[in-house]
Design a protein around this ligand. Structure first.
Ligand code: IPD
Ligand code: CA
Length: 281
């Protein structure tokens, strides 16, 4: 049987590489920083330019496909996942890193059909690492197969997380309380690359056992979620139930027992969903 979406995936990898070149070039210039939902939620003209580059090139090849793009949603487009083929795009995952030239920045492209991820592409532009996964066909980095860690003991693990871009004192309190509990299990260490997509690719690569965060968006994790599961990992909600990519909560782990152990320590909360209707002004 022919692989229906292989052509689309090849296109995603090619356009992600082109987008990565734009990101690398922009790092040599002055970056004009703007803000979105808060003073620490950053965006640059490069985020917007790269998203347009990706959407335009996909539209030329696949004119009937739909899009969820971080900067299009920021500009007012609805964030709705239907059964139609949908490209879920984060033009720059790690915008704060990009602004500070901190060397982990990714272009993330997920592709969903019937609300199921068919492929995911994460291009870590400064490391020149191309992570790819196709449903049922495994996950790869620069063509080499990926496999999650086989560690069974949380106390022998490295866990990745982020502090996110909310500075709401209640949310910050919960983030620290979860982190304190997990750190004191104790675990070997906590890491955070500053991009959800790269954190998830590190779970898939086996160098960290798990990643969790509350506050991410669907475009941060869509591609990474398939890369983790195709590398043998599991995804779940921060309370241990089924993951919902619109809920802004995720655990990606090498195995279910590690994910569930982390879930037990998380002081959870529920940010406004990505698909929530816009707040009335
Ligand atoms: C952010 C990064 C960051 C995570 C935030 C995301 P952005 O995405 O993935 O690591 O902590 O929750 O929103 O804004 O750089 O695309
Ligand atoms: Ca982004």
């Amino acid at each position: 049987m022919t692989d229906l979406w292989q052509h689309a995936m090849d296109h995603a990898a090619a356009v992600a590489r082109r987008a990565g070149e734009v990101v690398r070039d922009a790092l040599r210039d002055d970056r004009k920083v703007m803000t979105k939902s808060s003073s620490v939620d950053l965006v640059t003209q490069t985020d917007q330019k790269v998203e347009q580059l990706i959407i335009q090139s996909v539209k030329e090849k696949f004119p009937t496909h739909r899009f969820i793009g971080e900067e299009s949603v920021a500009a007012g487009e609805a964030c709705v996942l239907t059964d139609s083929p949908t490209w879920i795009i984060d033009p720059i995952d790690g915008t704060t890193n990009f602004v500070h030239a901190y060397p982990f920045v990714a272009v993330s492209i997920g592709f969903s059909v019937n609300k199921q991820m068919e492929f995911g592409v994460v291009y870590s532009c400064l490391e020149d690492k191309m992570y790819t996964a196709r449903r049922g066909k495994g996950a790869f980095c620069n063509g080499e197969p990926l496999q999650v860690s086989d560690q069974e003991d949380i106390k022998q693990s490295i866990i990745a997380t982020e502090f996110g871009s909310s500075r709401d004192p209640e949310a910050v309190e919960k983030i620290f309380s979860s982190l304190r509990s997990i750190l004191c299990l104790p675990i070997h260490g906590v890491r955070g690359a500053g991009t959800a997509a790269i954190n998830m690719c590190q779970v898939a690569s086996g160098c960290v056992e798990a990643y969790y965060e509350i506050g991410i968006h669907i475009w941060d994790v869509a591609a990474g979620s398939l890369i983790v599961s195709e590398a043998g990992g599991v995804l779940m909600d921060v309370e241990g139930g089924e993951v919902d990519l619109m809920s802004r909560r995720i655990i990606a782990a090498n195995r279910r027992t590690i994910g569930e152990r982390i879930a037990k320590e998380i002081d959870s909360f529920s940010p406004l969903r990505d698909d929530a209707p816009p707040l009335k002004q």
